[in-house]
Design a protein around this ligand. Structure first.
Ligand code: PMV
Length: 323
């Protein structure tokens, strides 16, 4: 009754921001899996354990992380009629302190390990819908490569599937760590506040359908300019919705603005097709095709005073051992 799974984090081209109960989104979203930001999680269902135990990066989980994990394990227990408590050990290959969302890799690895440890076999869509209960974006870390999350309308119909495998398009995501501080407002609270923004309705009704079409077309035709221009608008809108929520949430710092308003546009003026996207935080994701453009950006980033992590599109979550 023990299994280990490995799962990647993902970066969204079209963002999930604002939700309905059960982590149901208002729109489809699109992302790709990150090769160098992964979590490995081992789950043992223990007949004699009195309570769930959770270790993250060799430390007992914080109270907040523990409660969130127990809630997720409870959902698995009640759905699949599992009676035992679990021993969960999780390791991230990227420092959690760098503020990259580890919830997507964390909950997708946990979902796969928990199901495999219970000797259950589920279709990918069900594993994805299950991971979504832990963290919405975790459902996109289950399928391979470039992924679409179908918004759906209930627990079963809201899941992600692969659009293209990881080797379809050699794009790079350089995650530039401008701040290591934990964000003050986590995404769970951000999702609740999103609807208070006056921009939210137009975003859902007009902007997201238009951008989804554009990103799907850009992926199909491997059009980096269309992809890049669309994801930059999308990232700016995520931050504008957060800023205009009540209360307002500020995620970007001066360093974020310097990169997205000056440094990256400068690189483009020099002919490098580099574009940015952002999550709910200050760090900047530079999206650029592999080969010469990525080589140049790597050299340029070494001149800046920030750590960075280079990623390629990656396969989705996998069970790596079971016994
Ligand atoms: O899965 P959550 O609840 O951590 O939300 C993720 C939200 C964003 O990362 C900001 C956007 C996205 O689609 O990944």
């Amino acid at each position: 009754m023990i299994a280990t799974a490995q799962a990647p984090a993902n970066i969204a081209f079209i963002k999930y921001w604002g939700n309905k109960p059960g982590n149901l989104p208002w729109s489809d979203t699109i992302s790709f899996n990150l090769s160098n930001c992964t979590t490995e999680t081992t789950v043992t269902w223990q007949p004699h354990l009195a309570q769930d135990t959770v270790t993250i990066d060799n430390q007992p989980a914080t109270q907040k992380a523990l409660l969130r994990t127990i809630e997720f394990l409870d959902a698995i227990r009640s759905t699949y009629d599992i009676k035992h408590k679990a021993q969960v050990t999780s390791r991230n290959n990227f420092p959690m302190s760098v503020g990259i969302a580890s919830s997507a890799s964390g909950f997708s690895a946990l979902a796969l390990a928990a199901i495999a440890a219970a000797r259950l076999e589920l279709p990918e869509s069900e594993l994805s819908a299950l991971a979504r209960l832990g963290s919405g974006s975790a459902c996109r870390s289950v399928p391979d490569g470039f992924v679409i999350w179908h918004a759906g309308q209930d627990r079963q119909s809201s899941y992600a599937e692969s659009l293209y495998p990881s080797d379809y398009w050699d794009l790079r995501d350089f995650v530039v760590i401008v701040s290591e501080q934990e964000k003050k407002v986590g995404s769970a609270d951000g999702h609740k506040l999103a609807r208070t923004s006056p921009l939210f309705e137009t975003r859902i009704k007009v902007n997201l359908p238009t951008r989804l079409k554009a990103v799907l077309h850009a992926l199909e035709t491997k059009d980096i300019k269309l992809l890049g221009e669309t994801i930059e608008q999308e990232a700016r809108e995520l931050h504008q919705v957060a800023l205009t929520s009540t209360p307002s949430i500020v995620y970007a710092t001066n360093q974020t603005h310097e990169l997205i308003d000056q440094v990256i546009p400068d690189w483009r003026r020099q002919g490098i097709p580099a574009y940015f996207t952002l999550d709910a935080g200050p760090n900047v994701h530079v999206i650029v095709p592999g080969g010469n453009p990525a080589d140049t950006i790597r050299q340029n980033l070494h001149q800046l005073p920030y750590q960075f992590i280079e990623n390629q599109p990656a396969p989705g979550a996998r069970v790596i051992s079971q016994s």
